[in-house]
Design a protein around this ligand. Sequence first.
Ligand code: NAD
Length: 484
Amino acid sequence: MVSRVIPVDSFDLVIFGGTGDLARRKILPGLFRRYASGQMPDEGRIIGAARSDMTCDEFRTMVKEAVEEFDPKSAKDTENLSKFLDRVFYVAVDAKGDGGWKELGELLRPDMIRAFYFSVAPSLFGAIAERLKTFDLADDDSRIVVEKPFGKDLETARALNRSLAEHFLESQIYRIDHYLGKETVQNLMAVRFGNMLFEPLWNSQYVDHIQITVAETVGVGGRGGYYDTSGAMRDMVQNHLMQLLCLIAMEPPAKFDPDAVRDEKLKVIRALDPVEPHHIVRGQYAASDKTASYREDVENPRSFTESFVAMRCAISNWRWAGTPFYLRTGKRLKARTSEIAVVFKDAPHSIFGAEAGVHRNVLSIRLQPNEGMTLGVTIKEPGPGGMRLVDVPLDMSFAEALGPDAEEVPDAYERLIMDVIRGNQTLFMRGDEVEAAWAWTDPIINGWSNRNDVPKPYDTGSAGPDDALMLMHRDGRRWREIKE
Ligand code: NAD
């Protein structure tokens, strides 16, 4: 396969929080990969801006160590790594004070695209946005990238939107959800809207139900303090799972342009019914031989926060009325996997008789690991013995389909940052989308706290609480196995 990396225009990218965990694990190694692939122009510059007092050289050492630690394979390209480090700068900045802003201004070059990545706590977003304007560092063409969590409910999200809107236009604000940067997510749109095959079947007449699973094997790790104030609903469902739901359920946009796509996604969120309490199961992981319980991890023996949630949702529109969407996400589950499964209805009549069994087509869209799609089709089992049917996968695994170049598929973060430089907002959440998602999740979360709802314990390494299995059994359906 011929690699078709199109370089972006020259830019100055300032990473507020450039010394933080996210910058070291994802953003900086990702930028290096884009540089090594030839996509980041030689004139592009990355400026770390954070609280720590350090020199440019010390920051470069930190960046080098981050690339070596989090992408050892790419770090072997020492020639490119050293050239990349020449493009890296640092300035100590106080987000809440005046220190460092003048120096930052002196580093920025005129006539370059300016992008400011807010990889800091959301409580600093407003202060940084304000200072970018007071110190005259951002113009009408500058972009800001903001990280999750975007608020913790509708009210805080609105306040955040307002504080950013005081200084920046919506067209300058890139609310990042790295799930949208995944290759498969974009492929989902290509498959739906680039082929005649699927779209006619993509409705309640042919689709029995849709399952979206985002399962992790890890616990809350070092994020316990934050996570315990958030929970799976806020941390995963309100953003990542909702975004996946929107892409799978939306109407075809008239064109692949940011507002056309986001208008259609917004309509899906607005068409979501409120979720009945008996259609949601919350869980909390219990201790295992080797790992602590959720409550031990977050050091809160009375925590009622969920580390797992499963729910049945309904979209009230012509396309989807009657087709349930089952969502589930959790920590310390059996395997690390993210999958969307479109389960088609049974054929109306089996000409092969009851003994041939029930065979359903399932389109499985895997986001991780091994990004790709599989369509389960029913065929005759080869060989003698009459008409025996068997389900086999038509597999489109990107790693296999793209051959050796598959490893070049950019990670979500690096792809999204390049989109920021290109000025393409299609894969970023618009302010009204985020608010609509909170407007749907708030009553669910408030209902739990009003009822003092206690999450059900579940075993580490399981598929979540038994009640989650029952949620589907009651409907005569089954979750797909959680497996890598
Ligand atoms: P972190 O605590 O590791 O880093 C915070 C950064 O902010 C540091 O560079 C610090 O110097 C800087 N900072 C703090 N106060 C400052 C101030 N007053 N002025 C200037 N700089 C200041 O945090 P993180 O884990 O890198 O997360 C950053 C953001 O990304 C948060 O909004 C977080 O919710 C979000 N996020 C992180 C992850 C992750 O995996 N770490 C994943 C998704 C989203």
